[in-house]
Design a protein around this ligand. Structure first.
Ligand code: ADP
Ligand code: MG
Length: 462
């Protein structure tokens, strides 16, 4: 079971929310989670060079320790970087690297240090081999999209063109796009399949203008047999890019090349899209994907566990599937936490263990509580109003109450560290993280604080 990799992926998802996609792409994607020493509670990471290592240690140490600690269910693990002499031979062939689309810059960095030999990104397929039809569980919520996706692999460009799949985040759109790519390549080894997210497409287009390579950019897209564009909504309000894309679309369409889109909404509801492009997005088949029912969720959990050679008992699967979750990504996240905990602590996977591990994440009515409400209840309890909390005031009591508010916000709302920092007048994510750790620490020692926080939580969940 490749748990360290799974946990690292989980961490990347959390980090994306906490500190933003830029930071994750630039720094964390360059790093691998090499080893976990459960006894000494040390997380070993590996960075491509000294610069990345220093930067991460200086700026993101707390973030790493806190979230990896939570995922591993240990408190304040230390985070350490393996240095060159400690590198083990088997670290070189990190399997997830080839599945992930490695940003060019990372690939270059790694090649330079000689740690990981990765093909140049140009030759590397853009298709993720692990997303296939065989491991996609079909239920009422996704059967239309699945059937259409599967059908076009038989007759690319001839059946539904374009195919437009839409649905909320984490419901399987990206999975299906790659499955189409894999399916077509299985049938026809020579087919050129290109997967691209719309925001990368935008960036690529912009830099092609900057470096006077627009023609080459156009050529790249016009010469494919299958074009898979993920999260096409990111093309909104980008007139120049839409223009370029419109042109590419027409060329491919006229040549009966298959085009597939994913999006978070139907074409009609997409904002900031040129009319002629919008109509083309809906020319073929528009298929929705929505939240799966409990049976499908259970099937997904069992399939996922089986891929880690774990047989998931019915009661555990049912328990995990019936918790309130926003999407399948979260469902998988919950399962991974449970399996990781059982495996790392060498315990039997049981219902009781699953309940214990997931309990904390089940804060009631997480969605409904917003930052303002937390402020108003904190005000009632402690007497400091929003202006004071937001101020730069360093008075000891005020600082403490501000930390309590931050702690509650993180615990009870879906806001990220960054959002909370911004809410408090543009404070940094690390300030918020520090506040949370401070309060978590105090909670252990001070029963009166426990009582007070409980009171606030009760009031908020009313
Ligand atoms: P989206 O692109 O819609 O945000 P993803 O395709 O990234 O969602 O799916 C999120 C996670 O859930 C992925 O790991 C994916 O493999 C998994 N997943 C989604 N739907 C299914 C399904 N029907 N069967 C198995 N796994 C699924
Ligand atoms: Mg996606």
């Amino acid at each position: 079971m490749d748990l360290v990799h799974t946990i690292w992926d989980e961490f990347l998802t959390i980090a994306k929310e906490e500190v933003g996609i830029r930071v994750v792409e630039t720094w964390f994607k360059a790093v691998t989670f090499a080893q976990w020493d459960a006894e000494k509670k040390i997380i070993y990471l590996q960075a491509p060079n000294q610069f990345v290592r220093d930067w991460i240690q200086k700026n993101y140490y707390a973030l790493l320790s806190t979230h990896l600690g939570r995922l591993l269910h240990v408190e304040n693990p230390s985070v350490s970087f393996l240095n060159a002499t400690q590198e083990r031979a088997d670290l070189v062939a990190v399997p997830t690297q080839e599945m992930r689309m490695v940003p060019a810059q990372v690939a270059v960095q790694k090649r330079r240090t000689g740690l990981v030999r990765i093909q140049s990104p140009k030759k590397q397929s853009t298709i993720n081999k692990s997303y296939i039809f065989e491991n996609f569980v079909v239920g009422p919520s996704n059967s239309l999209a699945y059937a259409a996706a599967h059908a076009i692999t038989e007759k690319p460009g001839r059946l539904y063109n374009p195919l437009f799949m839409y649905g909320g985040s984490g419901l399987g759109k990206t999975h299906l796009l790659h499955a189409i790519g894999n399916g077509i390549q299985d049938q026809n080894k020579g087919a050129t399949v290109l997967y691209q997210t719309a925001d990368r497409f935008v960036t690529e287009f912009i830099s092609s203008i900057r470096f006077d390579k627009v023609e080459r950019f156009q050529e790249k897209y016009k010469n494919v047999d299958v074009l898979l564009i993920d999260d096409v909504q990111f093309i909104s309000h980008k007139e120049g890019t839409q223009e370029a894309f419109f042109h590419i679309f027409n060329v491919l369409y006229d040549a009966h090349k298959q085009i597939v889109f994913s999006s978070d909404t139907v074409p009609q509801d997409m904002q900031g899209i040129a009319e002629r492009l919008r109509s083309r997005l809906a020319w073929g088949l528009v298929a929705d994907i929505y939240m799966p029912d409990i049976e499908t969720k259970i099937a997904i959990l069992k399939r996922k566990a089986a891929s880690h050679t774990v047989v998931l008992a019915d009661d555990i699967a049912h328990f995990i599937a019936s918790r309130a979750i926003a999407n399948i990504r979260e469902l998988e996240g919950a399962l991974i936490r449970v399996m990781a905990f059982a495996s790392l602590t060498k315990q039997e996977l049981s219902l009781e263990l699953a309940q214990r591990v997931l309990q904390r994440a089940d804060a009631p009515e997480r969605q409904a509580i917003d930052l303002e409400r937390v402020v108003s209840v904190v005000h009632k309890q402690y007497g400091y109003d929003f202006k004071q909390l937001q101020s730069k005031g360093r008075d000891k009591d005020l600082v403490f109450v501000r930390q309590v508010a931050m702690f509650l916000m993180k615990r009870l709302t879906n806001k990220s560290l960054r959002d909370i920092g911004v809410f408090f007048g543009g404070r940094d994510h690390s300030t918020v993280l520090h506040a949370i750790e401070k309060i978590e620490q105090s909670l252990k020692e001070q029963t009166d604080l426990q009582v007070r926080i409980k009171k606030i939580e009760d009031e908020l969940s009313r």
